[in-house]
Design a protein around this ligand. Structure first.
Ligand code: ADP
Ligand code: MG
Length: 357
């Protein structure tokens, strides 16, 4: 039996706190050694940050802040379910059967969603929209609003019947999409990652090679930080309070996304209900997994896989991650004060060279 088949009690590694502090320092933009630029703000109901550890030279590079905003706004205008006039909202309103011309970007995300839906055996499913709303996490809900009792079983069952990605058809050659029945598409679990990829591609096209971009906690890094070291990021402790580092990971030209039940959840009769819906049951996921982080070349794929593995849970999700060779770090809640961790073989192999600076 390999070591990886056991859950591990987390050991606090020397240097870990320091690594996270360094990240904070870099974010704070003071006391850096090399060239350094930071842009941040709000988008898609969350925050973003772009850090560049290079001199900006040509006019396009000097207009980076403006172009970053344009890219983020474009993703939002295409994929938001909060904006009634986004491409996605218009597709959701179009009568089933009718084709709609959509952007190449939306085709890319819908197509990746189909692929990860298949690979995750249905765990990742962007037609969960109506169930997300029923459980009280949808765009219509006020931030302060939280359900105080469970939805009626009949309502859950009715929406469960509608679920399924066979309700969406794509014509990739022509950039067309249509719903074949009344499914409601929700890209919340992949769009932030996609926005990160779009930013990274943009910076690369501008000739930049050393950057860390982030939208809503999903990150992607290229090259080195201002100290000439690999970008090191913290995997958060799965608790309500933000920014406590639990583990450190070096991102060497990789993206990382985390999915968990520790921030967006509701409590009914003392029980915690996550905003991640299990499409097999139409209920919020219910297992001991507190968070799952996925490293991937693409932030969109990392984002979607984090949600998929969160649905599948600590055993099934871990087994699938191993089978597909995904880079995965899981944190499980043992009792109130203990967290256990588990990492896939591919993650261990990737991370063993990490020296936290
Ligand atoms: P997390 O960081 O916890 O993954 P995200 O914001 O990335 O959170 O994704 C959660 C959102 O994804 C939910 O609010 C919901 O809109 C949507 N979602 C919930 N369950 C699923 C699922 N099984 N497949 C795809 N999307 C889902
Ligand atoms: Mg996600």
């Amino acid at each position: 039996m390999s070591l990886a088949s056991f859950w591990h009690q987390q050991q606090t590694k020397p240097g870990l706190a320091l690594a996270f502090l360094l990240l904070i320092t870099v974010l704070g933009s003071c006391s850096t050694e090399g060239p350094y630029h930071l842009y941040r703000g709000d988008i898609m109901g969350t925050t973003y940050s772009v850090q560049v550890a290079e001199h900006l030279v040509n006019p396009e590079q000097l207009q980076l802040e403006q172009s970053v905003l344009e890219i983020l706004s474009a993703v939002d205008a295409s994929m938001s379910t909060y904006k009634p006039d986004s491409e996605l909202s218009r597709l959701n309103r179009l009568p089933p059967g009718e084709w709609m011309q959509i952007s190449a970007e939306l085709v890319e995300v819908l197509s990746l969603s189909q692929k990860i839906n298949r690979q995750s055996q249905g765990a990742f499913d962007i037609t969960v929209g109506p169930l997300v709303a029923l459980w009280g996490f949808g765009p219509q809900q006020q931030k302060e609003y939280r359900r105080e009792e469970l939805p009626a079983d009949s309502a859950i069952q009715q929406l469960h019947k509608q679920l399924g990605m066979d309700g969406l058809e794509l014509d990739k050659a022509e950039n067309l999409a249509r719903r074949v029945r009344d499914v409601q598409l929700d890209l919340s679990a992949i769009a932030k990652g996609y926005a990160v990829d779009q930013l990274a591609r943009h910076l690369f096209k501008l000739g930049l090679r050393n950057y860390l971009v982030e939208v809503g906690g999903e990150l992607r890094a290229s090259g080195k930080n201002a100290r000439g070291r690999p970008w090191t990021v913290g995997i958060e402790k799965p608790e309500l309070q933000r920014g406590i580092a639990f583990a450190a990971v070096q991102l060497r030209n990789k993206a990382i996304a985390t999915s968990g039940d520790y921030r967006n959840f509701l409590t009914i009769d003392g029980k915690r209900y996550s905003h991640t819906i299990d499409p097999r049951t139409a209920w919020p996921v219910n297992h001991a997994l507190a968070s799952v982080s996925v490293l991937h070349d693409s932030a969109a794929a990392a984002d979607a896989w984090a949600t998929a593995l969160n649905v599948l849970g600590p055993e099934q999700g871990f087994a699938l991650a191993e089978k597909l060779g995904l880079l995965v770090f899981m944190i499980v809640r043992d009792d109130e004060n203990t967290y256990l961790t588990r990492e896939s073989a591919a993650f261990s192999a990737y991370n063993q060279n990490t020296v936290t600076d």
